[in-house]
Write a protein that binds this ligand. Structure first.
Ligand code: PLP
Length: 386
């Protein structure tokens, strides 16, 4: 065992693969539950998009969280893992008729609706099957988040949600529809947010919206503030559990909930990010003209975040403790962007060494593709490795 890894078992396992430290996942879930138990009416729905590995979903379900889904496939995966439909919320700008029907058929807790045409289709499909769908309207609050542009979702220029200027018109439409029941508002400003000030800005915006709606006698039963809490990619060991205390305290302090209102969260990355590592093997160490490359057997097909968002992941050579050398760590895919890190120091690498790409539990395995006709990486949990 080297550091946090069962290295001897890794040595006999085909690479690349994802390894999930389920002890850490369970501790993280405990930390979340400990915090939300302090508040009445706080509910966390795990954002399935972050990682839908059935073994991971099952552990999260057992901890009592609900599920936040963005496709029919995610609804089905959540149900298969044991989540009950009354804890499932369904968001997404482009829900197909088939997906809406699945949500209706399973009586999910709420559809987070992103446009008038979508609202009309839900009303019509609910009518056809004799149901009333609970809907929350996803409002685009035009609140920025200090994060990567590709994972900012709450600005007016983003495709998500209903513009604030249209909000009242859409609520009134929903209130008149026979087969939808308007229950509340939904927001999500972005991901990998570490500055609590961004969440405070969202709270302030929601407070203003509530005051405005109250002046028109519009009642809001539930508020869903989405997810977005970030993790410490630099220090996966030192800060392995995100600061849930400050996160929930921020909402408790700044969001003026009305009597009886429930507050829903959709956390993804902060739940599963730190428990996962991508384990890969050094194929070749190549001495280029100006730099040295470590070529590993995992590529952007296994973990696309560095190529897609220029995301940082801590990388470790877990096979030896030799002095460090500076390398670019790259994959085998025929794309120049197939680079995990540039100019990083690693214990000197040799063919066959195992490399851990840390903090890869969220938006890792789930985003894997078969580009270049590659196989999808497997995912193992700690229990399977001992
Ligand atoms: N809710 C919605 C609507 C999202 O789009 C996302 C992520 O994109 C999440 C929740 C989860 O965000 P995070 O993983 O940052 O907590």
């Amino acid at each position: 065992m080297k550091g946090v890894f069962p290295i001897t078992i890794f040595e006999t396992t085909d690479t690349p693969f994802y390894y999930y430290d389920t002890d850490l996942l369970r501790k993280t879930l405990h930390a979340i539950n400990d915090e939300i138990d302090k508040y009445e009416n706080f509910y966390v729905h795990y954002a399935v998009k972050a990682n839908a590995n059935p073994k991971i979903l099952n552990i999260i379900c057992q901890a009592g969280l609900g599920a936040d889904c963005v496709s029919g496939g995610e609804i089905q995966a959540s149900l298969n893992a044991g989540f009950t439909s009354d804890k499932i919320v369904f968001a997404g700008v482009g829900k197909s008729d088939r997906e809406i029907k699945l949500g209706l058929d399973k009586n999910i807790y709420c559809f987070n609706v992103e446009s008038i045409p979508e609202l009309e289709v839900i009303n019509q499909l609910a009518n056809e099957c004799g149901k009333v769908a609970s809907v929350a309207l996803r409002i685009n609050p035009n609140v920025g988040a200090h994060t990567h542009a590709n994972i900012t979702t709450g600005l007016a220029e983003n495709k998500f949600g209903i513009a604030m200027s249209d909000m009242e018109e859409v609520i009134n439409k929903a209130l008149q529809m026979k087969n939808v029941k308007f229950v509340g508002l939904h927001f999500h400003i972005g991901s990998q947010i570490l500055d609590m000030g961004d969440f405070i800005a969202l709270c302030n915006r929601i407070n203003d919206i509530q005051t405005q709606l109250e002046s028109h006698h519009i009642e809001i039963k539930s508020i869903n503030v989405g997810g977005g809490l970030g993790i410490d990619y630099q220090h996966p060991n030192r800060v392995s559990i995100p600061d849930f205390k400050s996160y929930f305290e921020t909402y408790a302090k700044h969001l003026k909930l009305r009597k009886g209102q429930s507050l829903h969260f959709e956390l993804g990355r902060s739940v599963v990010g730190q428990c996962g590592s991508l384990i890969t093997k050094v194929l070749y160490v190549k001495h280029g003209a100006v730099k040295q490359f470590v070529i590993v057997d995992a590529g952007m097909t296994d973990l696309i975040r560095p190529a897609l968002y220029q995301a940082y992941h801590k990388i470790e050579n877990i096979s030896n403790d030799e002095d460090t050398v500076t390398y670019d760590v790259v994959g085998p895919i025929c794309e120049s962007s197939d680079v995990f890190a540039k100019a990083i120091d690693l214990n000197e690498c040799h063919r066959g060494d195992l490399i851990a790409i840390r903090s890869a539990g969220a938006y890792g395995e789930i985003m894997a593709s078969q580009y270049n006709c590659r196989s999808l990486p497997k995912g193992y949990i700690k229990e399977e490795m001992f």
